[in-house]
Design a protein around this ligand. Structure first.
Ligand code: GLP
Length: 242
């Protein structure tokens, strides 16, 4: 595992964006795993800038998002599909049929999860998987305990996560959906390169637990230490206990 500590969040976003842009430029048909959350906004904005200013070409890129809330439609501003349209897809030249976000409104959610796994497989697997970390140690929405061989499935969100994500729901944790679809820890570990980005003091404790304590399903992000090619980018605040 390579850990890069940057002086501030802006520098962390720059480093992450340059790794993603490098994958897009060097691979004739890149397959990216994408994440949501506040941390990712700065990264997507740099990628959009790279597209507009330097012609970073997304036309051959396929993407798979980590997760989606159950019960929210693509047009709902609180859904992750909407977030992705807003922060990335609407501003770059990705083909609509190359973009995948789990459908939290699917009639049969189990079938949707199985089809998602199949689509990742059919695309040749994920080359570069972008990840944030939740205060529960989740990656995607893999709340503790999540088996390291878990696959895409429906999960129940931890109360801490619903509080952490309440900002998008008018600050009311009760309005955050209770369920989500998420790639499993096993699905994530199958990607060829993992890129975790964490910034800010609120992430320092969980980063220390994930990177320094026991590797355990009780901290999903600790699974990253089992991966042969994992890059972690932290700002100094998130790396406080590193
Ligand atoms: C959500 C997402 C996670 C993400 C986390 C961190 O819970 N499901 O994939 O890692 O947010 O969010 P933030 O970057 O806003 O701290």
């Amino acid at each position: 595992m390579q850990v890069i500590v940057t002086p501030d969040p802006g520098a962390a976003f720059q480093q992450a964006a340059s790794i993603i842009a490098g994958e897009i430029r060097s691979n004739p048909s890149p397959v990216l795993g994408l994440a949501t959350g506040r941390t990712m906004e700065g990264i997507y904005s740099l990628l959009v800038q790279d597209h507009l200013q330097n012609g970073l070409d997304f036309s051959a890129t396929t993407s798979f998002n980590l997760d989606e809330y159950v019960g929210l439609s693509a047009s709902n501003p609180q859904s992750y599909r909407h977030y992705m349209n807003d922060h990335l897809f609407a501003h770059v030249n990705m083909r609509a049929d190359h973009v995948h976000v789990p459908d939290g409104l699917a009639e049969d959610l189990n079938a949707e999860c199985q089809a998602y796994e199949q689509a990742i497989h059919d695309a040749g697997g994920i080359g570069l998987q972008l990840l944030g970390i939740g205060e529960t140690g989740h990656i995607g929405f893999n709340e503790p305990p999540s088996p390291f061989d878990s696959r895409t499935r429906q999960v129940t969100l931890h109360p801490v996560t619903r509080r952490q994500n309440a900002g998008m729901f008018g600050g009311d944790a009760n309005k955050v959906p209770e369920k989500a679809l998420t790639m499993g820890v096993g699905t994530i570990l199958d990607a060829r390169h993992l890129l975790l980005v964490a910034c800010g003091r609120s992430k320092a404790d969980i980063i220390a637990r994930a990177l320094l304590d026991t590797v355990t399903p009780d901290v999903s992000a600790s699974a990253l230490r089992l991966h042969p090619h994992c890059t972690v980018i932290l700002d100094t605040a998130a790396a406080r206990m590193w």
